[in-house]
Design a protein. Sequence first.
Lengths: 302, 418
Amino acid sequence: MELTMQDITKEFQGFHAVDGVSCHMGKGVYGLLGVNGAGKTTLMRMLCTLLRPTSGAILWDGQDIFRMGEAYRRILGYLPQEFGYYPDFTVWDYLLYISAIKGLRPAAAKKRAEQLLKQVGMWKQKDRKMKKLSGGMKRRVGVAQAVLNDPQILILDEPTAGLDPGERIRFRNLISELAEERLVLLSTHIVSDIEYIANEILLMKDGLIVQEGTLEELLAAMPQQVWRCRVPREQVGEYLKRYKVANVKTALQGAELRILSSQRPARAAESAEVTLEDVFLYHFGEKSEEENGNSEGADTNI
Amino acid sequence: MEKTIIWYEIKKVFSQRGGKIALFLLAGLLALCSYFALDISYVNPDGSKLYGVEAARRLREEKRAWAGEVDAETLRRVVEENNRILSMPEAQGDTVLESEITYSRRQGFDDLRDLLNEFYAKGFREYDYYLADHLSPDQVTEDFYENRVKLLREWLADEDSGTDFTEKEKAYLVEHYEDLDIPLRYDYADGWGRLMEYMPSICMVTAYILAYLVASMFSCEYGLKADSVFFSSAYGRNRAIRGKIAAGAAIVTLVYWGIVLLYTGVVLGCLGADGADCQIQAYFAGWKSLYHLTNLQEYLLVAAGGYIGSLFFSLLTMYVSARTKNAVAAVMVPIFLTFLPSFLGGIQASLLDRVMGLLPDRLLDLHLEVRLFHIYQIGGTVVSALPLLFGIYLTLSALLAPEIYRVYGGSFRRNRAG
């Protein structure tokens, strides 16, 4: 069970959405972390054979996935970022329809759909119309459809986007449950999703995989140290200009800053433990701020 | 597996509000056309009127008394009876009641009286409603059928009308006219007549509604952003697309024949199916037709034409839907093709008229087409419009299906960055 990306590039009118990505993946959960526009969706769409790479090859156990065609799609499950559904179908009808286009026989499809709906906690809602479901419920049905065919490769594109914290935790647990005995590639820009469930993390920036490894490896490879210090309120702006600041927390007579720096930023600064959020900020700091000032990768709660 | 896909594709269409509204409209169309078709009247001897099924029953009784071969003897009887009625005092009066009483006496042979007006017409395009009233039994000669061919020859020889046809086409028309099996047989056939009167409306509206129903079958995956899951599934690029095409064809087949057969059942059930084997030439509206068909054959032809027309429009709509990923653009296609002749109708050009005779909307109104002289000379052979219409649109429909498969199968490869 090995998915290999060999120097794959996807170019859109001169713009390199994915730029020479090479990677090997086996069984386990892989977290693809990057800001919006990093190329995650393009990469995932190529892995789902929905887009052809401009150059390079994607192999499954040594075979080109585009040549494998239907045989490859039989072992693939995909939950896209924009999960579309048929609003007037009931949950049950929706899953049976997807089962049919995934090649499951009707009897097996009914059995599998029931099992999965129970697993994702949607069995009681099976007769509800898809359009009547909440965002979290739709996502759970989305995951159920992705694993209907018991895929060896499960690709989940931003599966927790738009979910409330409670739903996100439930969702992470569900993914962990489903991840056994298959390759799961999970893309997100929400650091905590990856931190808890990914065996291996790939950081993607401007179409490139800038770093990959386990959580421990990424933390150990962090080239800068993390510092915690309390500064007067009027100096906060100066620190924000000079350093990458992971967090600003208002405190009595000043603010408590979490700073990424090779050198101690202030005499009173104390060394702190590096987290994946710090690694994310180190790599994507400016981009994530540009993208959304309140990104969960870099909270700036002044 | 494909059966399940087809079933769910059909369910997708009819689970939408638009699908339910379309079914409601079809039921309304069926009710309305049946109501108008059954709106038949019978005039009682006192001049009062009866409507509906009872009227049809009485009319049938009276008309069946005149059933049989249309020969000189029958026509003489018609003329004699007509003259007897016209000599009665009510026929001389000018009130509506007197006129109705007169009509009540001749409604049993009114179809044959209409035929007399055609048999003894002075010109091919001439019609005099009162001509039969001026005939005496002696004027009914054995050779009245020959007048049909004679008038056609004269009309074709005319400088104004004859120039629309080549010599081969003229010969073709005359030859077909001469082939008419005589004597014709007459029977009560109001059931067929009323049925055919509203068949074009049934075919046309059903074809539009069907095109509307299938318009979103291919574009919906994109419109609902369900395309990624669809195309990344095992059958998303082969069987599932075939399933969509088959579901579209199944919807057209089931809905079209459902509506047509229900309408036929209601009308013929109420008005009777007598006269099925009588030729359409034995009735005023079909006398000049180039096609020698019985009432039943004409019905089958019109129904089959409507089906092929609906199938072609729906496949074309599905093709545009697959190509443009836009249901609105797709549903505009049949509307455009149907209204095109109306826009071009004002242009007086023989060639244009002939081209318009081959547009797909003609298949939805074969009841009229059967009565038109749309003929085409291809090389040295002259062909009438009907086989051409069936041939062209059956072939195009057969070509559209694999083309939809090809276009939609490749449509997911759009360039979209993420």
